[in-house]
Design a protein around this ligand. Structure first.
Ligand SMILES: Cc1cc2nc3c(=O)[nH]c(=O)nc-3n(C[C@H](O)[C@H](O)[C@H](O)COP(=O)(O)OP(=O)(O)OC[C@H]3O[C@@H](n4cnc5c(N)ncnc54)[C@H](O)[C@@H]3O)c2cc1C
Length: 382
């Protein structure tokens, strides 16, 4: 057993970290205030191979393992988890096209996804169905040329900003087997967007409802097989959960590193606050939990790469554990900054706000517990 990163993995991490520090961190607050990430950033990330991180190499992707991809997201999130998470969603879509799309669909969309000339968004959630995603109601009615989509998708990251959307819609009967996945391009007649959602964190990326009103799409835009859309949508989630955990880890590490520095500089009662043992113990606890989270995340990613039978359980456990450690660490770091932690200038309050949603999306942490408990009961009974 070897816990060290390979030279290649260290290089991937360092490259992503350097890019984040140079091209994202200095602008993260500006983008947050504007509620917008400049579109010009994406092709720059694509040049590093980050537009098709786990698209197969024979299809011009980067072909990274899921473990390697977590390194990219951890490193970029050290600069801004909101930007990194948006890249994760795009990559989930690119991987779905690579893995499940027909040759024709791949040819049509993969090159622009990999170069990030087209940014993709993922539309599963609806106003009345989030955790119970298979209850979705958006309809896909077959037409002479393809499908006509009608319905509303809620909370869509990149809604009204993305260039194309992978939409999960009901083409057939009730339940997960009646759902198909389809690509809807921006500008399609009948596609419109709700108002920009005002939200606690992830403010640089626009979140809107995506509304489809008799939106006609050609038959060739059906992703994979009809009725398999829910399976495809779920297939991306194990990896998505790893990425979101990596985003928590990278940002919380930034908070911890800057807190360690701050505590050496800030004085109270005549000495630096890092000399108070109660606070040293807090630092120690944060370090212990962060290291445990990192190892646990990488083990889960390794399981997914190996195709281990318990990979889904491990991804769920890692998502629950790492995102909660990330949030707890960031919140403690805010506390250790005293009043200054509450001010935007110190960068900690943004991390606290950004990380909170990681406990909610890609399956809430209650749903993660449900997956783990179900696996335990199945293991017991088998
Ligand atoms: C900023 C942001 C960005 C998002 N981006 C996207 C996106 O790009 N694409 C997309 O499709 N979706 C996106 N989502 C949606 C997100 O995935 C959902 O919000 C999430 O899955 C939870 O669904 P819900 O909000 O409907 O909560 P609900 O499902 O209504 O859950 C409410 C509460 O009940 C709990 N709960 C539900 N069922 C159970 C159960 N069986 N047992 C125990 N507890 C349960 C939940 O954990 C939660 O605490 C985004 C959400 C946010 C906030």
């Amino acid at each position: 057993m070897d816990f060290a990163l390979t030279d290649e993995q260290s290089t991937i991490f360092e490259m992503a970290y350097a890019f984040g520090q140079e091209r994202i961190a200095p602008f993260a607050r500006e983008w947050e205030a504007a509620g917008d990430i400049p579109k010009s950033l994406w092709p720059e990330l694509a040049e590093l191979g980050f537009g098709g991180l786990y698209v197969r190499e024979e299809n011009d992707g980067t072909g990274l393992s899921r473990l390697d991809a977590t390194l990219v997201f951890e490193a970029l999130s050290a600069a801004c988890p909101s930007v990194a998470a948006m890249l994760s969603i795009h990559n989930m879509c690119a991987a779905m096209i690579d893995k499940f799309g027909s040759d024709a669909l791949r040819e049509k969309y993969l090159p622009s996804a990999i170069s990030m000339e087209r940014v993709f968004a993922y539309c599963l959630t609806e106003p009345a169905s989030g955790s119970d995603a298979a209850a979705l109601k958006t309809r896909a009615v077959e037409t002479a040329d393809g499908f006509s989509l009608t319905g509303t998708k809620a909370f869509i990251s990149g809604g009204g900003y993305a260039d194309a959307y992978i939409v999960m819609a009901r083409s057939d009967g009730d339940g997960p087997k009646g759902i198909s996945a389809m690509i809807v391009e921006d500008g399609t007649e009948g596609l419109s967007f709700g108002a920009l959602e005002e939200k606690m964190g992830w403010r640089s990326q626009p979140t809107r409802q995506v509304q489809l009103d008799n939106c006609n799409i050609p038959a060739e835009n059906l992703l994979g097989e009809r009725g398999k859309g829910f399976t495809y949508a779920m297939a991306g989630l194990d990896g998505g959960r790893l990425n979101i955990s990596a985003c928590s880890l990278g940002a919380a590490q930034t908070a911890l590193t800057s807190t360690l520095q701050y505590m050496g500089e800030r004085k109270a009662f005549g000495k630096p606050i890092d000399q108070f043992q109660a606070l040293q113990f807090r630092l120690a606890d944060m370090e212990i939990e962060m290291q445990a989270a990192r190892i646990f995340l990488r083990q889960a990613a390794w399981k997914l790469d190996q195709g281990a039978p318990d990979a889904t359980k491990f991804c769920a456990m890692a998502k629950r554990f790492v995102t909660e450690v990330g949030s707890k660490t960031a919140n403690q770091c805010l506390q250790l900054h005293g009043g200054y932690g509450y001010l935007s200038d110190y960068g900690i309050e943004k991390i606290v706000r950004d990380l909170r949603v990681h406990e909610i999306l890609e399956g809430t942490n209650e749903i993660m517990r449900m997956i783990v408990a179900r696996a335990l009961l199945t293991e017991r009974n088998s």
